[in-house]
Ligand binder design. Structure first.
Ligand code: ADP
Ligand code: ASP
Ligand code: MG
Length: 438
């Protein structure tokens, strides 16, 4: 079975939804389909929750009314029959009424996550209604019935596998199984999500537990480009990359993929294909476990990074110093992205600053601490084995006119990362494209 995930733009209008249904059914083969919310909806829901938390109920209601009108218009064009239109309209009315009732409640993290879940619930109900109207043998499998996270908000793959297998057995054979991306139930039984962009993660988790033939991520661009098209002109699609390369690019900011979605596909060895709903014939990008030794593949950037340097005269030859530093981050549940060391100190980066103050308090007990905020990791991915010498020099040469705060090389065979200030991000991405891709 193939998994097909469609992002926000791909289900962004009734016309696009109809295109999606055509793409899903044209082969006549069985498909497991994962849908995002219609584009813009999750952002609107974030705004609504934010306004409620600030007690700005009028603005929350304005956004809500705007959204409700937009969906009412979509229903007019999506369906041919009043019967199906009414069923879906009733469902959406229930969701919008519930959202309205939230405006009279105090905001809590649990309520906020429940608000954010509404976009995927609505888009999937709209599409399943259309499929039924078209006579397609499709069944809606609610994500809340199988998608669960456990400790540290990580997906609980064992539970997902067991629950999904049981559901599929109970449902029996259908041409299309449809579910919501992004949303899940957490270890406390509350509604939660897999973080923004999380529908990619849902698709890869389903693909991994079902040992799918392929996971297709359908979006609004023809595959992974060699640099971020939002900041660099004339970027080009990369036709093939390995799981490791894709994982590094996703983790270090390539928005086309959720930061950790590649991991389950990689461990289950299920190929992932990035495809373009706006140009379905385009070859896109294939991600699998094959590697090609052809130098630099692509560049990505991750914003809002904080760099921390700890300097200690006691570090020289002091065993356990690094362990104590890492322990501080572990105790505060904060993961580290880049690390470099010298004889007297260590520099590292984090992107989650929730516990920055207590981390700094603890680090000051170990040495002198310097903090630089608003930094950006630029990650250059490709065949970076030591034998392929010269690429690291090319990267540094491209950036020689501006300050580089950190360099990481050798942590894997696939990447060299540099830390620059966020102000230099676009410049750095453009320089690297010019020097590395000509
Ligand atoms: P979806 O809503 O389908 O999940 P996203 O907006 O999350 O789509 O991801 C697609 C977008 O990612 C593209 O429109 C593009 O602007 C952006 N993007 C950033 N880096 C890359 C890259 N290296 N290759 C392709 N797209 C990228
Ligand atoms: N709708 C969610 C978001 O906008 C999840 C997704 O689209 O992948 O982040
Ligand atoms: Mg996305």
């Amino acid at each position: 079975m193939k998994i097909m995930k469609f992002g926000g733009t791909s289900v962004g209008s009734p016309e696009r939804m109809k295109d999606v249904v055509r793409l899903v059914t044209e082969s006549g083969e069985q498909r497991f389909v994962v849908l995002s919310a219609m584009s813009g909806t999750t952002n609107n829901l974030v705004e609504i929750a934010d306004y409620i938390s600030k007690n700005n109920i009028e603005s929350a209601l304005n956004v809500l009314t705007h959204l409700r009108h937009k969906y009412a218009k979509h229903l007019q064009t999506l369906y041919a029959t009043d019967k199906v239109r009414k069923v879906v309209a009733d469902y959406l009315a229930e969701r919008f009424d519930w959202l309205r009732s939230c405006c009279a409640q105090p905001m809590t993290p649990v309520l906020e996550r429940e608000i954010l879940a509404q976009g995927e619930l609505m888009s999937t109900h709209m599409v399943i209604g259309y499929m039924e109207e078209q006579g397609i043998d499709a069944v809606l499998v609610p994500a809340f019935d199988f998608m669960r996270t456990g400790q540290h908000a990580e997906p609980d793959q064992r539970h997902i596998r067991t629950a999904l297998s049981a559901i599929l057995e109970k449902e029996g054979q259908h041409q299309v199984y449809l579910t919501q991306g992004f949303i899940c139930i957490n270890k406390d039984g509350e509604i939660d999500n897999l973080q923004r962009g999380g529908s990619d993660y849902t698709a890869c988790l389903i693909g991994a537990v079902l040992k799918a033939e392929e996971i297709q991520i359908w979006t609004d661009i023809d595959g992974m480009h060699n640099n971020d098209p939002r900041f660099v002109e004339n970027t080009k699609p990369v036709r093939h990359i390995s799981f490791e390369e894709a994982a590094e690019l996703a983790y270090f900011g390539a928005k086309i993929l959720h930061p950790t979605c590649i991991q389950p596909a990689r461990y289950a060895n299920v190929p992932v294909r990035l495809l373009n709903t706006l140009d379905p014939q385009a070859p896109g990008t294939l991600i699998n476990n094959a590697t090609e030794e052809i130098g630099v593949k692509a560049i990505a950037a991750k914003d809002n990074i904080t760099a921390i340097k700890v300097i200690s005269s006691r570090m020289l030859l002091a065993s356990g110093f690094l362990a104590r530093i890492f322990q501080v981050f572990d105790e505060h549940d904060t993961s580290i992205d880049m690390v470099t060391t010298s004889e007297v100190g260590v520099s590292l980066t984090i992107d989650d600053t929730t516990h920055l103050e207590p981390i700094l308090d603890d680090l000051r007990k170990l040495g002198f601490v310097q903090v630089d905020t608003d930094q950006c990791i630029i990650c250059v991915v490709g065949d970076m084995t030591a034998e392929q010498h010269g690429y690291c020099a090319q990267v540094l040469n491209a950036l020689k006119e501006k300050p580089v705060r950190m360099i990481c090389y050798g942590g894997s065979d696939h990447n060299v990362s540099v830390l620059v200030s966020m102000e230099q991000k676009q410049w750095a991405l453009q320089q690297l494209s010019k020097h590395l891709f000509g």
